[in-house]
Ligand binder design. Structure first.
Ligand SMILES: Nc1ncnc2c1ncn2[C@@H]1O[C@H](COP(=O)(O)OP(=O)(O)OP(=O)(O)O)[C@@H](O)[C@H]1O
Length: 237
């Protein structure tokens, strides 16, 4: 049994196949990269996994259980957390309160939610900012808080959607450290990211898609040297 797998996954928006016959497996403990040019279907894959969109055909399995058709909150309860490409914190709430709202996914007790939120804020090195209003955070800290919010749902599989976009080189380096730390804590990761040195540095394996279809898969070095990948990003000569 695979830890996580999709099988012949398809998502049609009218006549557009945003995801087209995509099969891949992720092993427990991996950092798995999903890359591809703009509009190639990466976020749609995350939206299918997490139940935001219904699947047109194919299936998704997590720890041997079918996810197809489950509502987002049930997918989360099964142990899949995610961050969003566009970070939308609850702006007037503090950092701690933002993270607590996610922790309520696992408990209805306020004391337990606070304890979990404080634990992940410490893990993400945001303790000092726990009482800041979320709207006052830098982009770097907002992205970090987004990871903290996902971690507060206690995921076994974490989907990271462009958590490095807009960050300074130093913030990117810190982000890479944090993602490694998350993996070392036992959480499996699927990461969508445009910043290639981040992907190449972090991932054990990479799947590259274009127009919703697989064009290459392999180790970072294999994918970086693949002609179809180079053409998808740079165009044909
Ligand atoms: N809700 C929707 N309705 C119609 N078309 C959609 C919808 N969501 C995505 N699409 C289309 O599906 C395709 C894949 O989009 P998606 O956002 O998954 O790409 P992406 O690889 O995540 O892109 P980017 O790297 O720019 O974030 C695009 O052509 C997009 O316009």
């Amino acid at each position: 049994m695979n830890f996580f797998q999709t099988h012949r996954l398809v998502k049609a928006f009218g006549g557009l196949l945003a995801v087209n016959d995509l099969t891949f497996e992720v092993e427990k403990g991996e950092i798995y990269g999903l890359i591809g040019p703009n509009g190639s279907g990466k976020t749609t894959v995350f939206n299918l996994i997490t139940g935001y969109y219904p699947i047109t055909s194919g299936y998704i399995e997590f720890q041997g259980k079918r996810l197809n058709g489950l509502p987002t909150w049930r997918v989360c309860k099964q142990g899949i957390g995610r961050t969003f490409q566009i970070v939308k914190p609850l702006r007037r709430m503090t950092v701690l309160e933002n993270v607590m709202t996610s922790a309520f996914n696992r408990t209805s007790r306020e004391a337990e939610a606070r304890e979990k939120a404080l634990e992940v804020l410490d893990f993400c090195e945001l303790t000092k900012k726990q009482d800041y209003p979320a709207k006052g955070l830098t982009i770097g800290d907002r992205k970090r808080m987004e990871i903290a919010r996902a971690l507060a749902t206690a995921p076994e599989l974490l989907l990271l959607d462009e958590t490095m976009a807009g960050l300074t080189p130093q913030e990117q380096a810190d982000g890479v450290q944090l993602i490694r730390k998350v993996r070392n804590s036992g959480i499996t990761i699927i990461i969508v990211e445009h910043i290639m040195h981040v992907i190449m540095n972090l991932c054990d394996r990479i799947l590259c898609i274009n127009y919703g279809q697989e064009i290459a898969r392999g180790t970072p070095a294999e994918v970086a040297n693949n002609q179809a990948v180079i053409e998808a990003y740079l165009g044909k000569e």
